[in-house]
Design a protein around this ligand. Structure first.
Ligand SMILES: [Zn+2]
Length: 331
């Protein structure tokens, strides 16, 4: 990479809108150093998803909060974008939490503000299968329920990013219609580049962009192509969204987990309801693009004509724009 681009990367806000670490109180959060060492400024770390009991989400949240408070010399659990700026100035790594699926609410709308108070700044509605709030992407195509509609409004009010990943097409369009703030697909790739039920259509991408929202590039090989995580494949997805809706609507949500002590394939194969057959989840040795690939990716982006401003937007400024609006909430 040339010196100029290298400097751009070093000075840029680098925002990963979703980590793919399997949430558990047992996870050693020192793994977050991998993001920081790769030059990232911020990551959204998931504390739960619909596959877990909601009590386990709270237990994970409690354990992660305690660990972050004990390691405040290196990490900052942020409330807003100003906290991210301060963390960068101090050489610390910034993060907040997200939850994948509304089973974590246990049917209680009041839980949204509880999670917000504990550091959750982003939630998605259904993890692959239908739940009380919404329809999942691997289910019958149901839309947002009445409860789900109230959850969107409550998230807008308390100040969370409304995330449309993992749900059915109809649900995502319902959420977009309901939300008074920009929304995101934090970790979803265009299905026009690689056809997969977890990927999203041109209609969904356009609807998200029309809110001022952002689509985060997912690094999981089976959502990118045939388990292919090469930078040319990553570029293909970025380029597609760029051509469809413009540079201000692309970001990063790598869904990446550093090597942890679990075999992801074993987990995926243990719940064929959430990860159905025929969707490549049974692929051996699923590959995953992570933050280490960003310098190489922005190099090929620059070579293929992306302007420096577009690259800064992709690296983090676009997601910052969405967060700045969403996290302020509504009085
Ligand atoms: Zn996910």
């Amino acid at each position: 990479m040339n010196d100029h681009l290298h400097q751009l990367y070093r000075e840029a806000l680098v925002w990963d809108a979703h980590a793919g670490v399997f949430p558990s109180p047992e996870v050693d959060l020192n793994l977050l150093e991998e993001w920081h060492n790769a030059g990232a400024s911020y990551v959204s770390l998931n504390v739960g998803f619909d596959v877990m009991d909601w009590q386990d989400t709270l237990a994970t949240l409690a354990a992660y909060r305690r660990w972050l408070l004990d390691n405040a010399d290196r990490f900052v659990l942020v409330n807003d974008c100003q906290d991210i700026d301060r963390a960068r100035q101090q050489g610390k790594f910034a993060l907040s939490f997200d939850i994948e699926g509304m089973n974590a609410l246990n049917g209680d709308l009041n839980m949204v503000s509880v999670y917000h108070a504990l550091g959750v700044r982003q939630m998605l509605f259904a993890y692959n299968l239908n739940n009380a709030a919404a329809g999942g992407c691997h289910d019958d195509g149901s839309g947002l329920t009445e409860f789900g509609r109230r959850v969107v409004q409550e998230m807008n009010r308390v100040g969370m990013i409304v995330d449309c990943s993992h749900v059915s097409s109809r649900t995502s369009l319902d959420i977009i219609h309901e939300s008074s703030k920009p929304v995101a697909f934090t970790h979803s790739n265009p299905s026009s580049v690689w056809n997969h039920q977890r990927n999203i259509s041109d209609e969904q991408i356009r609807a998200c962009a029309a809110t001022g929202g952002v689509i985060g590039l997912n690094g999981m090989g089976i959502f990118l192509g045939d388990n292919d995580i090469g930078v040319d494949t990553l570029l293909k997805h970025v380029r597609y969204i760029y051509d469809l809706v413009g540079a201000e609507h692309i970001g990063i949500g790598f869904d990446y987990s550093p090597k942890v002590d679990v075999d992801i394939g074993v987990i995926l194969r243990s719940r064929p309801d959430y990860w159905p057959s025929g969707q490549q989840y049974d692929t051996r040795d699923i590959k995953h693009a992570g933050p280490e690939q960003l310098p190489e990716l922005i190099e090929v982006m620059a070579d293929s004509g992306f302007a420096e401003n577009d690259i800064r937007g992709f690296l983090g400024e676009n997601f910052r724009r969405v967060a700045d609006s969403a996290w302020q909430g509504i009085d």
